[in-house]
Design a protein around this ligand. Structure first.
Ligand code: TRP
Length: 335
């Protein structure tokens, strides 16, 4: 039986944080070790250009994200790990799909609609500041996915609509030009924690409430100390269910450790003590990887080599598929 293809992209516009680790990186690395799965993980740097027009930031984020995944032990003999922009077949396929994608479908994309709504609420023109990149971004995402005939696409809830659009576009293409693409399915794993950030809202770069994954030890400690708590004193029982400290603890702890911490909360553990233990727990799990991360960033050539090897493997899939797709639409040598 052929392996299930699991594919996901990481937009290169930020520094990986604990929420990315728990919600995406850790499960993705675990999945890539399954014998029945062929995983494709890529740095979505073309997607980065939609939100970020600062070249230094895009580049820095690409290095950091690549180094993070490698430092955490992604086995690139197993997983195909590449940078989107190293696979020129993707933007070419994107164009072919653009010519099959209904404009009306793009009008309904959440990200685009949210921008329009924000403009209207601010009394601006509906299209103020909206680029064609933002508008047609679901088609680029469809190209990322269909290029490798991915069966499963692990994503956050906010991305489900994009996978449905990829299916729509693929179905339309297949209907018109013949069966070329697998219809992908989103997988949203409800067991994977959506981590809370410093202020208790979802940990997200857009809220500025993140704890970067590989902060140097001292800064990690400081950052954890900034997690918002209530004013309960040591000795006063604390509610685990509503505590960000506890929620993050749970994402890193064994079930036994979680039960212990729950009991400690009921016993009135001091916030300072709970945070100290949280720091120690996280530090013990990321400390080794942090050293590898620093070493990788000090030797970026190695990162680049790994990505080039990944691109070669990715292209061994994308080139033949694109060749067929070109022929199917009538783009071929005259003979
Ligand atoms: N748009 C996705 C996000 O913001 C990242 C992404 C780009 C992606 N291309 C993809 C995810 C293809 C899955 C498949 O999270």
């Amino acid at each position: 039986m052929s392996k299930q293809r699991v594919l996901t992209g990481i937009t290169t516009t930020g520094t990986p944080h604990l929420g990315n680790y728990v919600g995406a990186i850790r499960p993705a690395i675990a999945a890539s070790e399954r014998a029945d799965v062929q995983s494709f993980y890529f740095l979505a740097d073309f997607h980065a250009l939609i939100k970020c027009h600062d070249p230094a930031l895009v580049h820095q984020s690409t290095r950091e994200i690549a180094a993070t995944w490698l430092a955490l032990g992604l086995n690139t003999d197993n997983a195909i790990f590449y940078r989107q922009s190293d696979v020129p077949e993707i933007p070419e396929l994107c164009w072919m799909l653009t010519c099959m994608a209904a404009k009306g479908l793009m009008n309904r994309a959440h990200a685009y609609k949210a921008s329009v709504d924000a403009n209207l609420a601010a009394g601006e023109d509906a299209d103020f500041g909206i680029t064609m990149g933002l508008y047609s971004y679901p088609i680029l995402m469809a190209a990322d996915i269909l290029m490798f005939n991915a069966n499963k696409v692990p994503v956050g809830k906010d991305q489900i609509q994009h996978i449905e659009m990829a299916r729509d576009i693929a179905a339309r293409f297949n209907h018109h030009y013949g069966e070329h693409f697998v219809l992908p399915e989103a997988i949203v794993d409800d067991n994977v924690a959506v981590l809370q950030g410093l202020d208790g809202r979802k940990m997200s770069k857009s809220y500025g409430n993140t704890i970067p994954l590989f902060l140097p030890e001292k800064q990690l400690k400081k950052s954890i100390n900034k997690i918002v708590t209530n004013l309960l004193e040591p000795g006063q029982p604390k509610d685990a269910a509503t505590s960000t400290v506890f929620q993050i603890w749970q994402a890193f702890a064994t079930p036994e450790q979680t039960a212990e911490m729950r009991a400690a909360f009921a016993d009135g553990i001091a916030w300072g003590e709970a945070k100290k233990q949280l720091f120690e727990l996280i530090n013990s799990q990321v400390g080794e990887a942090r050293e590898k991360y620093e070493a990788l960033l000090a030797n970026p050539k190695h990162i680049e080599e790994v990505l080039q090897l990944g691109a070669e493997k990715a292209r061994s899939h994308s080139k033949p598929l694109l060749e067929k797709v070109r022929a199917a639409v009538g783009i071929k040598k005259i003979q």
